[in-house]
Design a protein around this ligand. Structure first.
Ligand code: AHG
Ligand code: MN
Ligand code: MN
Length: 346
């Protein structure tokens, strides 16, 4: 009898993602339940993708489909599976008016036979896909906005909203364990998938990024294509002759989800700066709607910063679904320093 009482007490300490989402829904008296269903479904779709990622090596589904996506990149088989999983999880739910994904050129409509909802979803079904064959961490990134146009169907105007207006954003990382991290604008929460139960359990309540950190993360191979301000900042971070008493470590995985997640937990800075290889056409790499913007919402909510190097990412007005931006994410101290260097040197 005593034993079962203590088990019951422990059960009440466990917060499943369902319990967490419902708790937040109850705090909003106007909630209709659509957002709750949407979040549940993201958790569900990510469990399916997680299962596929874990089985990838066994099922001989690694390798490429041979297709090339709208961005001219080779589509990995898992990219295609993740795309299909997310689409199929949402087409019939009655919570979305339209979607957009890295893997699809145009706006993705909801099929006519299903109900429409009041939200839009932008997603990167499989982030870091060049790492798949090496069994390195990959992830999924998502961003949700409220529909703003009056008609029944969702339009690109509904998707092309600044990150500041996101209702929910987050990512799932398929790492040594599967984690889902999200924000609804009231702090950042992390859940770890308990594989035998198939439940996401709250493992990281109210994530706060340290105000400063000792890790910088970027693709140093692109150094020569960066602006002077970025190069000077990186030189400074690596220099030994300054009064810096805190040498930086360099870490770069090449999966935004994994690099951002580590930066969020340990502090420091992640950079994918503007590329001036062709000075007449400077370009960022990461996509605003489903990579930069959701990460920016998470970082600001966790007490960090997210910038294009010039303005906060959340203030960028998108003009195209697959628009790319330079991206800097991190602790306040490092972010202020890089922004100051760009301001001074360009
Ligand atoms: P995706 O796999 O969804 O196309 O994203 C790739 C991204 C991102 O995850 C990572 O931060 C970056 O590309 C890595 O780029 P480099 O290989 O140029 O460093
Ligand atoms: Mn990506
Ligand atoms: Mn991707």
């Amino acid at each position: 009898m005593k034993k079962s009482a203590s088990i019951t007490a422990r059960m009440s300490d466990i917060i499943t993602i369902e319990r967490h989402i419902l708790h937040h829904e109850r705090q909003n008296p106007e909630a209709t339940g659509q957002l709750t269903r949407l979040l549940y479904q993201i958790a569900y779709a990510s469990k399916v993708i997680s299962r596929e990622v874990r089985r990838a090596g066994l099922l001989d589904i690694l390798g490429t489909t041979g297709d090339v996506n709208v961005q001219g990149e080779t589509v990995q088989k898992l990219d295609a599976i993740a795309q299909e999983t997310f689409y199929a999880a949402f087409d019939h739910m009655g919570v979305l008016c339209c979607m957009t994904s890295e893997e699809v050129d145009d706006i993705i409509p909801i099929p006519a036979q299903f109900d429409l909802g009041k939200y839009t979803l932008a997603f990167d079904p499989l982030d870091g896909s060049s790492n798949i064959a090496a069994n390195v961490n990959v992830g999924t990134i998502f961003s949700v906005h409220r529909k703003i146009t009056p008609g029944r169907d969702g339009t690109s105007e509904d998707l092309l909203q600044p990150g500041r207006r996101q209702v929910v954003a987050g990512y799932v990382m398929y790492g040594s364990s599967t984690m889902m991290v999200y924000t609804t604008g009231r702090g950042v929460y992390g859940f770890t998938l308990e594989p035998s139960m198939g439940e996401f359990l709250l493992s990281h309540p109210d994530i706060r990024i340290p105000d400063e950190g000792k890790i910088f993360s970027c693709n140093m191979g692109n150094y020569r294509y960066w602006s002077e301000g970025v190069r000077k900042y990186v030189d400074d971070v690596m220099s030994t002759d300054k009064e810096r008493d805190r040498p930086f470590s360099s870490r770069y995985i090449g999966s935004l989800v994994a690099d951002a997640h580590r930066t969020l937990l340990y502090g420091g800075i992640f950079m994918y700066p503007m590329d001036y290889k062709d000075p007449s056409k400077p370009k960022g790499k990461l996509r605003l709607l489903y990579e930069a913007s959701p990460m920016a919402f998470i970082f600001e909510q966790a007490g960090g910063m997210a910038s294009t190097g010039e303005i906060p990412v959340l203030d960028v007005q998108p003009t195209e679904l697959h628009q790319r931006v330079p991206l800097f994410l991190g602790s306040k101290r490092e972010m202020k320093e890089v922004i100051a260097s760009i301001k001074q040197h360009g």
